[in-house]
Every structure is written in C-alpha cells, then in structure tokens.
Ligand binder design. Structure first.
Ligand code: AMP
Ligand code: TRP
Length: 346
C-alpha cells in the first residue's frame, strides 16, 4: 500500500451573504485543523459562476470570503489561502474527471435538483457539472480530509467514486509508472461538530442559505450588533416553553435550531443549555442568545471589515497562496496526464 500524506482541503463560494451556517458548519472548523494538518482553504470562484455573478460583485465577494477566513483565525502563513481560478489544475482535472464520472452519478445529485428547480432546461451546464469540479479541487492536491457542512456529504461520496474509478481504470498504468497502487486517496469528509446544519431563522425546515430572499432568515458575518439582535428577536419559534431535555426538541425544529446555535457558539452541550433555560420562555432565551451571538460574531465581522478595507493585503495573500497551491498541483497534474497517456507532460 502506498500511503498518501494527510492533507486538508475545503472551499467556500464567493456568492455573498456569508452566514452563521457557513461559519459554524465550515469556516470555524477549518481553524483547529491547521495544528494537525497541511491545509488548503480555497475561495471557489469557478464554482460561483455556475449561476450568474455580476463581475464587480464577484471580485468583492472573493475578498469577503478571504477576509472571513483570516478574521476567523486561518493563518495564511501556515495554511494556503487562494482563489480557485488562479490555479489551472482545477479546471484541467475537472475535464479529465468529466470523462471518468458517469452521467447516472450526476443525475443522482440532490443539490443540483434543488438548485435547478423547475427551470432545468435553463440552468448552466456548469451547475450540473459542479460536483465534478469539486472532486478536482480536492484531488488536484490529493487531499485526504475535507471539512464541510452536512449538505456536502453527497458531493464527497461522488469524489470518492471518481477517485476509485480513476484508480481502477488506470490501475495497470499507475503501477507501470511506479506511482503506487492507488493514485488518488478516497477523501474523507469531516462533518462532525456541534452544528453541521444550521437552519433558517424563519423556517426550521430549511437550511440557512445565502440565497434565501429574506435577510431575516440568516445572520451574516458582517451584521452589526443591532442586526444580530433584531434577527434573533424576530426568529420564528413555537408557543411552548423550552423543554428541559434534548428529547423534548423533537418535532420543534425552530427551538432545536436556536438551542443548537447557542450550544455551538458557547461551546457547551445542548443538554446543558436546556438545564439553564428549560421551562423558561423564548424571550429570555433569545436575549441571552443575542448577547452571545453579538459577543462571538461581532469581533469577526469587525475584523472582516477592517481587512476588506485593505485590498492590497487581501490580494497579496491570495497571490501568495495561488503560487504555493500551484507548486503542489502541478506535479500531480503531470502525473495525471502521464497516467492518462498524454505525451509531453513528463
Ligand atoms: P457554500 O456557501 O455553499 O459555499 O458553503 C460553504 C460551506 O458552508 C460548506 O462547507 C457548506 O457545507 C457549509 N454550509 C453552508 N450552509 C450551511 C448551513 N446552513 N449549515 C451548516 N453548514 C453550512
Ligand atoms: N460545494 C461546496 C459548497 O457549496 C464548496 C466547495 C467547492 C468545496 N469545492 C470544494 C468544499 C472542495 C470542499 C472541498 O459548500
């Protein structure tokens, strides 16, 4: 067995409205991984354009995601922070994987079905192909661990299927070139954590999302204290008191979501949150949650705004990151091209 060195890769789309779900489900979890792994944190701008993006807004949003990474504690000297479009391996490997992945596999992707909705004939081909590009992101660095929110689980399964089929289809050739017995790792999703799926504040059955038309459905990372408090105050609840035990949250998605957010922000278990607030009414709980959210998220938003005012610094971080990312992906791409049988690459 060849062993592939552990490496973390994850990405966030620069599509605006970065929110508490992105933070708790993904970005915050990227930070401690830096102590244990070599990490790449990407701003996936090629993914963003699968739906229309105004060019000036896109540029702003790329800097905003970068600022969110840095403000949350990602250290660009230790980790590689960059935007996807600046490393050509992503698009190149996606093409090769387009010829490995099967149409039937993509037809099963639930996120495409949700995003395309009834207007299937009119969405971009890129939106359909999105998960193949995601596999290329991860495998261009032969990354082994991928921290993401729960909604990305199916895409990670597809990534493993693509890696596996490539390894098998080209098995003899990989061996012949002395590249071991499996060229690509089967990357593991890292989904555990206190809030893998943060729900909308307006509807506990929908996930908190950048594209929800209601701004009150999400707390964005740049909301100020007043906005955070007001959104929590307006959050939908039911008419019962809070339960004293976690089991009492069953069938009460809005209550469950707010308790989960409280637990994730405070670092205590949901059971302990309910020990403090069980039996009480929502207004007391909401005001404690608002204070907590302002204390935890306020400084991150302020730091993001400070960083975004210095475009030259952000752009410098991205440029340096792209250079280091390229240095890892280029030799991988040379091997991939040789494996496939393209001449001229090695
Ligand atoms: P996206 O905004 O789609 O680029 O997502 C970036 C990261 O945030 C991914 O790892 C998602 O799984 C995660 N994420 C997005 N929405 C949520 C949510 N409501 N709850 C938890 N994680 C989320
Ligand atoms: N599809 C992910 C999302 O929307 C973003 C993403 C793109 C990603 N490429 C990735 C996440 C590679 C992890 C690894 O949330």
């Amino acid at each position: 067995m060849t062993t592939i060195a552990p490496r973390v890769f994850s990405g966030v789309q620069p599509t605006g409205n970065l929110h508490l779900g992105n933070y708790l489900g993904a970005i915050r979890r990227f930070v401690p991984l830096q102590d244990q792994y070599d990490c790449l944190y990407c701003v996936v701008d090629l993914h963003a354009i699968t739906v229309w993006q105004d060019p000036a807004e896109l540029a702003r949003n790329i800097r905003e995601v970068t600022a969110a990474y840095l403000a949350s504690g990602i250290d660009p000297r230790r980790s590689i922070v960059f935007n996807q479009s600046q490393v050509s391996a992503h698009a190149e490997l996606a093409w090769i994987f387009n010829c490995v992945a099967r149409l039937g596999w993509l037809n099963r992707m639930t996120q495409f079905k949700e995003k395309a909705g009834k207007d299937r004939e009119n969405v971009s081909v890129g939106l359909y192909d999105y998960p193949v590009l995601m596999a290329a992101d991860i495998l261009a660095y032969r990354a082994t661990h991928v921290p993401v929110g729960e909604d990305q689980k199916q895409h990670l399964e597809l990534t493993r299927d693509i890696a596996q089929k490539f390894n098998v289809d080209f098995g003899p050739r990989i061996a012949e070139l002395g590249l071991g017995d499996a060229f690509f790792p089967l990357a593991e999703p890292l989904i555990q954590g206190p809030a893998p799926r943060v729900m909308s504040l307006r509807d506990g059955s929908k996930k908190m999302s950048k594209s929800d038309p209601s701004d009150n459905s999400r707390i964005t990372l740049t909301d100020d204290a007043d906005a955070i408090s007001s959104k929590i105050r307006k959050a939908k609840t039911d008419s019962e008191a809070l339960p004293s035990e976690v089991a009492g949250l069953d069938g009460r998605p809005e209550a469950e979501n707010l308790v989960t957010i409280f637990a994730a922000l405070s670092g205590i278990e949901r059971a302990d949150v309910l020990k403090d607030f069980g039996g009480g009414n929502f207004s007391t709980f909401k005001s404690a949650l608002a204070d907590l959210a302002v204390a935890k998220m306020g400084p991150i938003g302020a730091e993001m705004k400070r960083l975004m005012a210095d475009e030259a610094h952000i752009d410098g971080v991205l440029r340096d990151g792209a250079e280091r990312a390229n240095a890892i992906a280029e030799p991988v791409m040379r091997d991939v091209k040789a494996i496939v049988g393209f001449i001229g690459s090695r």
